[in-house]
Design a protein around this ligand. Structure first.
Ligand code: HEM
Length: 169
């Protein structure tokens, strides 16, 4: 996909960009960026919390209150962990710092983590406040996780941030 027939100049816009700036991950495990490994957890648990809240609304079964408390807590704390590693990438890698899109992604992600934290804190303080406030926060968090996740994907697939490129590509 990447090279022209002469094998010298990359054809892809992303590879031309990668020649200009070093945007390789600085926080990786055996070549795999840790941020990318962690982000699945907040994405999955934010959406799961919305599902759990809808089940509680529908059934009134207190089991879903307990499930929502745990799910919202995992969503928040895994979001904090992903954000710490994402921030390390942003601060340590000059090429990532120089992309405006990285900062937009960071702002969207921090907004998401703040909403997820509010959702968890609300449930800790008063589990019954899930209807309506917890449910509203779950809807907001799901919208933000969609936006932050989509934007994070653009960082990787449109700008090539955090990827390792083999000379064969
Ligand atoms: C301040 C917080 C954050 C910063 C600075 C940040 C930064 C980055 C960076 C630099 C990348 C490019 C890949 C890499 O270098 O590892 C990325 C990818 C990504 N980020 Fe974040 N991130 C943050 C928080 C989050 C959170 C909380 C989520 C959860 C939704 C998230 C979702 C993603 C996704 C889905 C990708 C693309 C992964 C892929 O498609 O392989 N980020 N982020």
């Amino acid at each position: 996909m990447a090279n022209k027939g002469d094998g010298t100049r990359p054809h892809s816009q992303v590879l031309l960009e990668l020649q200009r700036l070093d945007v390789g991950s600085a926080v990786a495990l055996v070549g795999h960026p840790i941020h990318v490994m962690l982000v699945h957890f907040p994405v999955a648990f934010v959406v799961a919390t919305l599902g759990v809240d809808v089940f509680y609304w529908w059934s009134g079964d207190a089991f879903w209150l307990r499930a929502g408390l745990w799910s919202a807590g995992v969503a928040f704390w895994s979001g904090v962990a992903a954000s710490i590693v994402g921030t390390a990438e942003l601060l340590l890698v000059r090429g990532i710092r120089l992309h405006e899109a990285s900062w937009s992604h960071a702002i969207a992600a921090m907004t998401l983590v703040a909403i997820a934290g509010a959702s968890w804190g609300l449930r800790l303080g008063d589990p019954a406040s899930v209807l309506p406030h917890g449910l509203v926060l779950s809807v907001l968090a799901s919208v933000m996780v969609g936006f932050a996740g989509w934007h994070g994907g653009k960082l990787v697939f449109d700008h090539g941030l955090g990827i390792l490129v083999s000379p064969k590509n």
